[in-house]
Design a protein. Structure first.
Length: 601
């Protein structure tokens, strides 16, 4: 049996957000000569504008580099980038499944954080060789000995040989590359067998159609070859293939063990699903490769076009986004207040914000997003069970036997001095403590918390009560009965379905009151008085009033100051863009999301 090229190394970098993964990958690219100095734009792997703006990595991408090692041999390093935010951990495991090893990058001044722990366990479960690396060694606050001890105590892997690097200055990079080549094993596979190639990622290009990033496990994929997507049985002809260096470099074939892109004239975006296997259509493999775990969205919200004419464009944009974002779910939704739109499912709030921004920016859509909700399991009086991910679809109260809400198990790592604050926060959010363990100065806390309380603002609150030091990771655990009620919002007496929210009974009164108060601030004055009410069933629990507009807004400018007048008009125009006429009242986007600002008790 022929062997896979023993000089290939497929690896990922796992790190907590901001520990320097992108900077380190830039340094690798620069060191291995993938780009000329002048081409070295900051953080080349974060390819989307949005990512660069927010400074986070969303899409997994790959780059192939040639590294000439000290032993004189040249190695092909295939580096698969992974995102760092807790919302996107599924993409991390997807990228890891295509690797043989991973660098665990830990900030030598911050130390180990929850996300690194979670991702590291994923890597260990997948049998990857995990190589710890201490980054930011140039910082005066770096404390490598303490952090090495933390890696051993908290994660439980040997860190005595961890290389000390500074991705910023370049110190230690060569030692790290040497260790990588030494410790991470070459891929296994059979170059003589029929082709099997795992689709790690797929995205849509307006000119080329679907582009897939694959790892060839067995056999070889060649130009002009007829390939088959095993889950659908559909055949395509390979038009172009190659690697990113990170510049695109076309090749005639990709062999067992290699990672690269494939373009095969695939037009329908569902035909090359992430996790599927490509095989040789003439000589198909018997079995598809193990794909990836299906990921379930956790947060749902309605997305509606402000302008009804944009409905078809929105559908098209969602279907394109979904291709390289398999966690995005959508189905048509009709709202009395907002018309035709889609109910979309996301991994978390950050994911939701990113999808909305991408839709608006890349597809030029003007959208209204409704308040996010989690999914509830509802047991009906006739014994039937239904899942409800839209408050307005909650069955009538007299038909409900029990509502069950999703509960997560969260792990929080926090320095001792903030422990009290963090426990108080968790209890406020209806959390139940399950475990607490001291590890040096850090404490590892395990809490069960309702997902509904976590998705809204838990992450931000946690950061603020711990001055940024606490880190958090969670998994969905179970559904549990809870006294949830639906709070409806009435505007001038009309129930606005898109404003309804689900709340725990104990908090319904106070949240209802805060909600109508907040809306009063957010809904601009109209020509007449607008009454805003919150109700549970037919019982009104809170009320506020937006006073009628008395004068023309410009009146107070006394006609004199032209630039001020223009500014005011522009501000109005700006505000107008994201308004929706509901009945006789114009409601701005912010009012639909008012619930996000009133989630305190
Ligand atoms: N002093 C110092 N700063 C560094 C070093 N490496 C990275 N940084 C800085 O740390 C910050 C975060 O680095 P990134 O490379 O964007 O971190 P990341 O882990 O890729 O973050 P995400 O892409 O959001 O997951 C940036 O401001 C970097 O300039 C280092 O070795 N020393």
């Amino acid at each position: 049996m022929a062997e896979v090229n023993p000089n290939i190394r497929n690896f990922s970098i796992i790190a907590h957000i901001d520990h320097g993964k992108s900077t380190l990958s830039d340094r690798f690219i620069q060191y291995c000569g993938g780009l000329e100095e002048r081409e070295m734009e900051a953080q080349v792997l974060d390819s989307m504008d949005l990512e660069r703006e927010r400074g986070i990595t969303i899409k997994a991408q790959s780059v192939s580099l040639d590294y000439k090692a000290r032993n004189g041999q040249t190695y092909q390093l295939n580096f698969i980038d992974t995102p760092g935010h807790v919302d996107f951990s599924y993409e991390v495991s997807r990228s890891l499944a295509a690797c043989d090893g991973a660098l665990l990058v830990v900030d030598a001044s911050q130390g180990v954080e929850a996300q690194s722990v979670a991702n590291c366990y994923t890597a260990i479960e997948l049998n990857l060789e995990v190589v710890p690396v201490l980054n930011k060694i140039d910082l005066p606050s770096a404390d490598p000995d303490r952090v090495c001890q933390e890696i051993e105590d908290i994660i439980g892997i040997d860190a005595t040989e961890a290389v000390h690097v500074s991705a910023k200055t370049g110190v230690g990079i060569e030692d790290l590359l040497e260790q990588l080549v030494e410790r991470i094993p070459p891929p296994v596979g059979n170059p003589d067998a029929s082709l099997t190639a795992l689709i790690i990622d797929s995205w849509f290009d307006n000119y080329l159609g679907v582009i897939s990033l694959v790892r060839v496990v067995d056999g070889e994929i060649r130009k002009k070859m007829k390939i088959r997507a095993m889950s659908t049985g559909r055949d395509f002809q390979v038009e172009q293939l190659g690697v990113f260096t990170p510049k695109r470099l076309d090749k005639d074939s990709l062999k067992a063990g290699e990672v690269g892109f494939v373009i095969a004239g695939i037009k329908e975006i569902t035909a090359a699903r992430v996790g599927d296997t490509f095989t040789d259509a003439q000589k198909p493999a018997d079995k598809a490769l193990a794909g990836f775990k299906e990921i379930q969205p956790r947060v749902f919200a309605g997305i509606f076009p402000v302008d009804a004419d944009q409905y078809e464009n929105l559908r098209d944009a969602l279907s394109k986004l979904q291709l390289n974002d398999s966690a995005l779910f959508y189905e048509p939704e009709t709202s009395q207040a907002l018309g035709f739109g889609f109910r979309c499912g996301f991994l978390g709030m950050l994911h939701m914000e990113i999808v909305q921004e991408r839709l608006e920016r890349e597809y030029d859509l003007n959208l209204i997003t409704t308040a996010p909700t989690v999914i509830y399991e509802v047991v009906l009086t006739n014994g039937e069970q239904v899942f409800v991910h839209n408050p307005s679809e909650l069955p009538p109260l007299n038909k409900i036997e029990e509502i069950r809400e999703p509960i997560i198990r969260g792990t929080i790592l926090v320095p001792q001095e903030y422990l009290g604050n963090v426990i108080t926060l968790c209890i406020d959010k209806r959390g139940i403590q399950k475990n607490m363990q001291y590890m040096g100065n850090q404490v590892s806390l395990v809490f069960d918390l309702p997902l509904a309380e976590v998705v809204l603002d838990f992450f931000d609150k946690l950061k603020s009560v711990s001055r940024g030091y606490a880190s958090f990771d969670y998994t969905l655990d179970r559904f549990e009965p809870a006294p949830m009620v639906r709070v409806d919002v009435l505007v001038n007496g009309d129930k606005v379905d898109a404003l309804a929210i689900m709340v725990h009974r104990d908090f319904a009164q106070s949240r209802g009151r805060q909600l109508v108060e907040k809306m009063k601030e957010l809904i601009p004055r109209q020509m007449y008085e607008v009454a805003i009410q919150a109700a549970i069933g037919s019982q009104i629990i809170a009320r506020s009033t937006v006073k009628a507009m008395r004068k023309d807004v410009l009146a107070k400018c006394y006609g004199g100051d032209v630039s001020r007048k223009r500014k005011l008009l522009e501000k109005q125009k700006e505000g107008k863009k994201r308004m929706k006429q509901v009945g006789s009242v114009e409601i701005p986007q912010e009012a639909f999301l008012a619930v996000l600002r009133v989630s305190d008790k």
